[in-house]
Ligand binder design. Structure first.
Ligand SMILES: [Zn+2]
Length: 322
């Protein structure tokens, strides 16, 4: 089934969603200082498929959150050079998706160490090189890497939080469970109360649920909410506060319970989503207003994934698709 084949179809949806809804206060390409020494670069998702990057200044070096696609890696690298003379020492992949990790080799060739929770490397083993090879056909920057697959993170950790610390700052890397992927990493700065959430919490209709665990997702955002947080810097969409974690969890809770109610009423998938050819174009599932920031053109796909998760009694990412 083509619709499952790769992340690319998800990008097409995301691009369409962002284009049609003008979600959030999108400012692609801008670099904003969030607190002294922490910068947020908003990726251009619409045109380039890029994720956001966060640059964190330590005493002698920089940490960059997310490798991005190769072309996004180069833009983030330029941004890092503009804000500081210090070298980028670590690049943290929040998860394995191409828009967060396919630029890994760009960073390591420039002397940085790529870092991730071990679940990210495991997801790469599960899904690659199939997705890389499909993406090469669609994206010149990936094709231009002339590689057979994504470069896995050079350093992984399995006990969390993993901590990087010096005289000026402490940075903690957490795994709170399976939400968007089995490897979702969060980056937390306790003193500055900054949390980078990857795609486990986004700001706008950018949720991609195919590799996810929709039923468990709210538990992950709830665990993150236990941290003392003021600034949430998501993988897609603009920066925000704690309400992003709260709202992301609520969206998944409402999605799950609305689809579960339909299943209970005996509804079939075709009763709740409408197709045009292979593409899902609409759904009868409605979500409350306080989840609307996360509702967009991807909703029919999210409803289908949730329906499959509920009726097959396993996390969506565990359901095999050809
Ligand atoms: Zn993702």
């Amino acid at each position: 089934m083509k619709r499952r084949l790769c992340i690319l179809s998800a990008f097409a949806v995301l691009v369409a969603v962002a284009f049609f809804t003008g979600a959030g206060d999108a400012q692609p390409g801008t670099v904003k200082q969030i607190v002294p020494g922490v910068w947020f670069r908003e990726g251009d998702l619409d045109k380039l498929g890029h994720c956001n990057n966060i640059i964190i200044e330590m005493k002698d070096y920089l940490i960059v959150v997310d490798a991005n696609f190769p072309s996004g890696a180069r833009l983030a690298m330029e941004a890092a050079k503009k804000v500081s003379d210090k070298p980028v020492k670590y690049v943290f992949d929040t998860h394995h998706h191409g828009d967060h990790s396919y630029g890994n080799a760009v960073w390591t060739q420039a002397g940085a160490t790529t870092l991730a929770y071990k679940g990210v490397a495991e997801e790469m083993k599960r899904y690659e090189p199939k997705r890389w090879q499909a993406t090469e056909k669609e994206r010149q920057d990936v094709a231009d890497m002339h590689a057979d697959s994504v470069e896995p993170p050079k350093q992984t950790f399995d006990k969390t939080p993993f901590i990087l610390k010096d005289d000026t700052r402490e940075v903690r890397f957490y795994f709170f469970g399976w939400a968007h992927t089995r490897g979702d990493g969060f980056v937390y700065l306790p003193k500055e109360k900054v949390l980078c959430s990857g795609d486990a919490a986004v700001n706008g209709p950018y949720n991609y649920t195919a590799d996810g665990n929709i039923g468990n997702w709210p538990k992950v955002t709830a665990a993150a909410l236990k941290l003392d947080v003021e600034h949430v810097l998501p993988g897609h969409g603009g920066p925000g506060g704690k309400e992003l974690l709260d709202g992301q969890g609520r969206f998944m809770t409402e999605l799950h319970s609305a689809v579960a109610a339909a299943v209970k009423q005996g509804k079939k998938l075709d009763d709740i989503v409408k197709k045009d050819g292979d593409k899902l174009v609409s759904t009868s599932i409605q979500l409350p207003d306080n989840a609307k920031n996360w509702v967009g053109e991807g909703l029919p796909d999210q409803v289908r994934d949730t329906y499959e998760e509920i009726t097959q009694h396993k996390p969506h990412g565990d359901i095999p698709h050809p």
